[in-house]
Design a protein around this ligand. Structure first.
Ligand code: BMA
Length: 372
């Protein structure tokens, strides 16, 4: 009896332990702690994220410590997104003209504050050198045996080197969420739904992940992030598997406000419901990996559309896209008609900006996370 009971506790404990582990069993302690914290923070609230936050905003670029989000709310976003598109070409700046050396510095700055970095990759087409938005079916050419496999591998070496170069002054690797091959339920990238079969897409993911790990990358959590999807089956059609993915999410944008307001909310709620059910079954952290209303044309968008919706789901973070200029931006900047509403949003009980995250000691004291 006693031994059966203790066996039972052992398995419950083992399950809880396994649940909190990232898929890379060799990941660094900070990466493991980050994952544990992402799981635990879900009970406290949703981290707010912004793409390219420190790199530029509306009317400025490359000013140390500056951020439109911080200028408006007094706090940096808790999650910062970066993109490595064009690193594979050997260029020094990404597709939105942010120098990779600067991205390294921003990632370090964010890490020191207890913020979380997520990295996407709008990589060119390795087969023909065209952009991410090229719709040539390509994956078959870049997998092992394909004529562009060597090129693709050389690009992965560049990505691996960049990821490995993310370190503190003391040499501690900085963990990041890596979110490649995103929006694959859409058909606008060469890895998209019409451009590849599910088998090809899954093989691409698995090859990438194994390759990065062989290259010694162990500071990464892997995010599978679709575009809009029609059902759970649709979302999971290209899922590489539980042993490959740490975080699941999707990208969706609010367009044609105010005409589409109700549709945006209903559609996003439907997908969030599916996502959280999948997250429970597969035991994965969930996120709204990209969203936004371009130029924030809707009054009180944050408190009347975003907050009432996202507060109902166990999401780890919600990230809005970049502040490029007055026509293409997703977070308010000083003087913006939406600034006061954004300030109110930043103080909502279930919304976590930088100051609340730093207090959580995201990378250090993960309860349940064990140091190697
Ligand atoms: C898109 C736009 C583009 C940008 C791309 C990658 O949504 O913001 O201007 O180049 O993302 O960041």
């Amino acid at each position: 009896m006693f031994s059966r009971l203790s066996l039972c506790f052992f398995f419950i404990g083992l399950t809880a332990y396994c649940q909190s582990m990232p898929v890379d069993s060799l990941c660094t302690p900070e990466t493991r702690n980050l994952y544990t914290h992402l799981q635990q923070l879900v009970q406290k609230g949703i981290l707010f994220g912004h793409q390219d936050d420190l790199a530029y905003g509306v009317g400025w670029r490359g000013v140390a410590g500056r951020s439109d989000v911080q200028s408006v709310t007094g706090q940096y976003p808790a999650v910062m997104g970066w993109d490595l598109g064009h690193i594979e070409t050997g260029k020094t700046e990404n597709l939105d003209s942010v120098p990779f050396q600067k991205i390294r510095e921003y990632i370090r700055f964010a890490y020191k504050k207890g913020c979380i970095n997520t990295v996407s990759w709008h990589l060119n087409n390795p087969y023909n050198g065209k952009s991410s938005w090229d719709e040539t079916p390509t994956i078959k050419y870049i997998l092992p045996g394909g004529e562009s496999h060597a090129t693709f591998k050389s690009w992965l070496v560049i990505i691996a080197d960049f990821l490995k170069s993310l370190k503190t002054e003391n040499g501690t690797p900085i963990p990041v969420i890596f979110r490649p091959y995103h929006e694959h339920t859409g058909s606008w990238f060469w890895w998209g739904k019409k451009e590849s079969t599910p088998e090809e897409y899954i093989a691409l993911w698995r090859f990438t992940e194994r390759f990065l790990q062989e290259q010694g990358v162990h500071n990464v959590l892997y995010a599978y992030s679709s575009a809009e999807f029609s059902s759970k089956e649709d979302f999971l059609e290209r899922y590489p598997g539980d042993t490959y993915i740490d975080i699941i999410g999707f990208d969706t944008y609010h367009r044609d406000a105010p005409k589409e307001n109700a549709n945006f909310v209903a559609n996003t709620r439907r997908m969030l419901t599916d996502l959280t059910e999948i997250g429970k079954i597969h035991n994965k952290v969930c996120a709204l990996t990209e969203t936004g209303l371009e130029s924030l044309t809707e009054k009180n968008w944050w408190t009347s559309i975003v907050y009432p919706m996202v507060k109902d789901y166990p999401l780890s973070y919600v990230l809005v896209w970049r502040n490029a200029n007055t026509k293409h931006h997703y977070a308010p900047y000083p003087g913006h008609a939406n600034a006061a509403d954004f300030q109110t949003f930043s103080k909502m009980p279930k919304v976590l900006f930088e100051k609340k995250v730093a207090q959580e000691q995201v990378y250090k004291s993960g309860t349940g996370a064990k140091r190697k």
